[in-house]
Design a protein around this ligand. Structure first.
Ligand SMILES: [Mn+2]
Length: 332
C-alpha cells in the first residue's frame, strides 16, 4: 500500500542543527557498552521513505505545538516540550537491539486540525516502515493525529489507552478542535468509518471532570479507571476489552501528581505517583498479547517545570517503555 501522501506537510520540520544540539551528553569512551542515546540516535527526513526496519526501531517525532492548548484556554508553553524531552533522553544508556531515529518535529499549522493531519502523515510513514512512533509532545490534541496515522497505516482504528486526569472528550466548539477534544475526534472518526470506538482512560480525576464529560464517556462506551483504582490488574483488564486491536498509548503528564509533574498546563494535586509499581504496570503493557503500535507523551510544558522534573519524568517513561518494547520477541 502507498502512503496517503508523500509530500511533506508545511508544518513538518526535519531534524536540523537545533535538534542535534538537544542530543548531547557524556562520552564515556568507544566501548559499545558505554554508549548513550545521543551517540546512537540517527536522523531521518520523512520526505524520504524510511527503509523497512529489520531491527526494532523507535522513531521520535515532536509535536511542537501548543495551539490546541491555547484554544482550550490552557497555559501555553507545550510547544517546547519535544526539545526538553530530547535533552533529557540524550544521556540514557543504549538499549540493546533497539535503533533510535529522530524524525524531527511537527510545528503548529494554521489550525489544530491541519497540525493533527501533519502528525498523522508522519506517524503513518513511520508505522508503514515497521517502526514504533514515539510522539514527543506537545498539546494533547496530538492524540488524534496519532490515532489517525495509526488508523491509516494499519487499515483499522486503534484502541486508545490514555493515562490522563481528563477525558479529553469535550464537544468540538465552533472554533474547531483543541487539546480537550482529541478523543471526541477519534470517536467521530470511528462512527463515520463504521468502526468500534475503543477507549480507556486511566487516572481519571473526579475533581477535574464534570458530569457532562462522564456522561459523554458513558454514552461512547468508554471505560474509566479512576485515579483511586489504578492497578496493573485493572489496566490489563481494560486492555483485554480491546479484543486484540492495535493500541495507541498516550500518557498525558498531568495524570501524575503535581509534586512529580509540575510542568503541565493543568496539574493534578491528587495525581498518580510514578513509583516502581507504576513502572512495572507500564512495562507490563508491552507483552506478546497487547499490540502497542504507537506511544505518546503529552502536555510537557517546560516553561512551568521545576528543575526539569516533568521533562525527566517524561523521558524516563519513554526509557521504561522502550526497554520493555525492545525485549518483545517478535515485531508486533
Ligand atoms: Mn489530556
Amino acid at each position: 500500500m502507498e502512503c496517503t501522501s508523500s509530500n511533506p506537510p508545511e508544518s513538518y520540520h526535519r531534524a536540523n542543527a537545533s535538534h542535534r544540539a538537544w542530543w548531547v551528553g557524556r562520552d564515556d569512551g568507544a566501548e559499545s557498552t558505554a554508549a548513550r542515546w545521543h551517540q546512537r540516535v540517527a536522523f531521518h527526513d520523512l520526505a524520504q521513505a524510511l527503509p523497512p526496519c529489520i531491527q526494532r526501531t523507535a522513531c521520535f517525532i515532536g509535536y511542537a505545538s501548543d495551539l490546541g492548548v491555547r484554544m482550550n484556554q490552557g497555559r501555553e508553553g507545550a510547544a517546547l516540550g519535544p526539545g526538553a524531552l530530547r535533552e533529557r533522553m540524550a544521556n540514557f544508556p543504549a538499549i540493546g537491539g533497539l535503533q533510535l531515529v529522530d524524525c524531527g518535529d511537527i510545528v503548529a499549522a494554521d489550525s489544530v486540525l491541519a497540525t493533527q493531519e501533519a502528525l498523522a502523515w508522519a506517524v503513518e510513514r513511520i508505522v508503514r516502515a515497521g517502526a514504533i512512533p514515539v510522539i514527543l509532545g506537545g498539546g494533547h490534541d496530538q492524540a488524534f493525529g496519532h490515532f489517525l496515522g495509526l488508523a491509516r497505516a494499519l487499515g483499522r482504528a486503534p484502541a486508545c489507552l490514555n493515562f490522563d486526569a481528563h477525558a479529553d472528550l469535550r464537544p468540538i466548539p465552533a472554533s474547531g478542535p483543541n487539546s480537550g477534544t482529541p478523543f471526541t475526534q477519534a470517536a467521530d472518526w470511528c462512527a463515520s468509518h463504521n468502526e468500534k470506538f475503543r477507549y480507556t482512560i486511566v487516572g481519571w480525576q473526579s475533581c477535574a471532570n464534570t458530569q457532562l464529560l462522564a456522561d459523554r464517556a458513558r454514552d461512547r462506551g468508554v471505560s474509566i479507571i479512576d485515579a483511586l483504582s489504578v492497578q496493573a490488574a485493572s489496566v490489563a483488564n481494560a486492555c483485554g476489552g480491546f479484543a486484540g486491536a492495535p493500541i495507541a498509548l498516550s500518557i498525558d503528564l498531568d495524570v501524575f501528581s503535581a509534586a512529580h509533574a509540575p510542568g503541565v498546563s493543568a496539574p493534578s494535586a491528587l495525581g498518580l505517583i510514578p513509583d516502581a509499581a507504576f513502572t512495572r504496570l507500564l512495562q507490563g503493557l508491552f507483552s506478546s498479547h497487547t499490540a502497542i503500535r504507537g506511544i505518546e507523551i503529552a502536555e510537557l510544558n517546560p516553561s512551568l517545570d521545576v528543575d526539569a522534573h516533568t521533562a525527566r519524568l517524561g523521558a524516563a517513561l519513554i526509557y521504561a517503555m522502550l526497554s520493555a518494547y525492545a525485549q518483545l520477541r517478535s515485531p508486533a
